[in-house]
Write a protein that binds this ligand. Structure first.
Ligand code: PMP
Length: 406
């Protein structure tokens, strides 16, 4: 392995702390990732050296801040290989990006009787905004079903496509059980009928190389905080041909080109979709996070995370009375499980006392939990600063849970 995990961990101040006098083992990465000091320092640099509102100023600080903000946009565009940096819109996060899409795309292209296709495995963020749109427009939501392993049935998806389908929207990787969906195949099938596809990349941007042009996604969204960047910043990528036609989501400053009391003409891309003062500190922090990943090397990260995930699956599978929920062929980073009939919350409380942070509950994917007929799971999600030793500690904590509840 060409990167040194010990050295990487030194970059993350929070990983040095103890919880209940035990070293912190942080396995709640799918909820949010920890931040390297490079990100913290980049944000401190803005507030202590260049802070000023962007775009409108003629003074030195405003100029510098604008420059770094726009450079961050270029960084994001490069990281996902967007054809143009103006296809990158800064938002508050994945949820905000999907709401933007549901409103702007929906108001522009969706009418009564039209259809949107979504999967049965979505985070509520990629379901509820589309339900709301369908409610507003009297449109219909069609659902791609899944099998017992927690994989989407692509053949069934094909059958759902009709002349009324306006958009397909799908997560790249399930936050609840880690399935990596065959988004390339879905996009290819949808594009045969000229239907655009939105990919929710909240759980993939940190685990694989994203090339929106190669993938041919029409829209790709993600949150900064899940990719080692700050909270409150996210990305809405859209192909220029769609963004040009879509109406703006919010009105206000920045998104206008000319305003009279009667009428407003809108600004060019990307500003048309960025009303108000953007989170420029967050954007600069996000760019620092992407730069950190670049320097670490995505190929190193991917190889190491694969090894860790495989190790986790095999160790957990050895534990008696432990059931992995979701056994997809293509899994990314997430290990979701139940220990016998012990309530996930009770298990999570005991695991926490061992200094291990896992998430318990339905993971904002209630329809998926309904499908498996469970209330929730215990979820450990691994990233490149985790270690095999930490997985062993989790396994010990699970044994402790069993001792307590049996
Ligand atoms: N989609 C997926 C797949 C997610 O994992 C999450 C976060 N758990 C979201 C959407 C929502 O992200 P955010 O809360 O950052 O807006």
């Amino acid at each position: 392995m060409s990167f040194d995990v010990k050295k990487i961990r030194e970059d993350f101040p929070i990983l040095q702390r103890e919880i209940y006098n035990k070293p912190l083992v942080y396995f709640d990465n799918a909820a949010t990732t920890q931040k390297p000091r490079q990100v913290i320092e980049a944000m401190e640099h803005v507030y202590s050296r260049i802070n000023s509102n962007i775009h409108r100023g003629v003074h030195f600080l405003s100029d510098r801040c604008t420059e770094e903000f726009e450079r961050s946009r270029e960084m994001v565009a490069g990281f996902i290989n967007a054809a143009h940096s103006h296809e990158v819109i800064f938002t508050a996060g994945t949820t905000a990006s999907i709401n933007l899409a549901a409103f702007s795309f929906g108001e522009t292209f969706v009418g009564e009787g039209d259809e949107i296709i979504v999967s049965a495995m979505e985070h509520h963020s990629n379901l509820v905004p589309w339900q709301m749109l369908c409610g507003r427009k009297k449109a219909k939501l069609k659902i791609i079903p899944l099998n017992e392993k927690g994989e989407l049935l692509v053949e069934e998806f094909e059958k759902l496509i009709s002349a009324r389908t306006k958009l397909v929207t799908l997560s790249h990787v399930s936050n609840a059980i880690g399935t990596r969906h065959p988004v390339e195949k879905v996009i290819e099938l949808a594009h045969k009928k000229d239907i655009p596809v939105l990919i929710d990349g909240a759980q993939s941007i940190q685990h694989e190389v994203i090339d929106v042009q190669k993938m041919d996604a029409d829209f790709f969204v993600f949150s900064g905080h899940k990719v080692y960047g700050p909270t409150g910043i996210g990305v809405f990528y859209g192909k220029e041909k769609w963004l040009e036609k879509m109406m703006p989501y919010q009105g206000g400053g920045e998104m206008i080109s000319r305003v009279t009391l009667e009428k407003t003409s809108y600004n060019r891309l990307p500003f048309k979709f960025e009303a108000g003062t953007p989170n420029y500190v967050g954007a600069i922090g996000l760019a620092a996070a992407l730069q950190y990943l670049r320097e670490t090397g995505m190929e190193n990260i991917i190889a190491y995370e694969r090894e860790l995930t495989d190790y986790g699956v095999s160790k957990l599978s050895e534990i008696d009375n432990l059931r992995l929920v979701g056994t997809p062929r293509e899994r990314t980073s997430v290990l979701s499980f139940l220990i016998d009939d012990i309530h996930p919350y009770d298990a999570g409380m005991v695991i926490d006392k061992m200094g291990v942070a896992v998430r318990t509950g339905n993971h904002c994917a209630e329809p998926l939990m309904d499908f498996f007929k469970i209330r929730g799971t215990i979820r450990a999600s691994v990233v490149f600063y985790n270690t095999k030793k930490e997985i062993d500690i989790l396994c010990d904590a699970i044994e402790k849970v069993k001792q307590m509840f049996y």
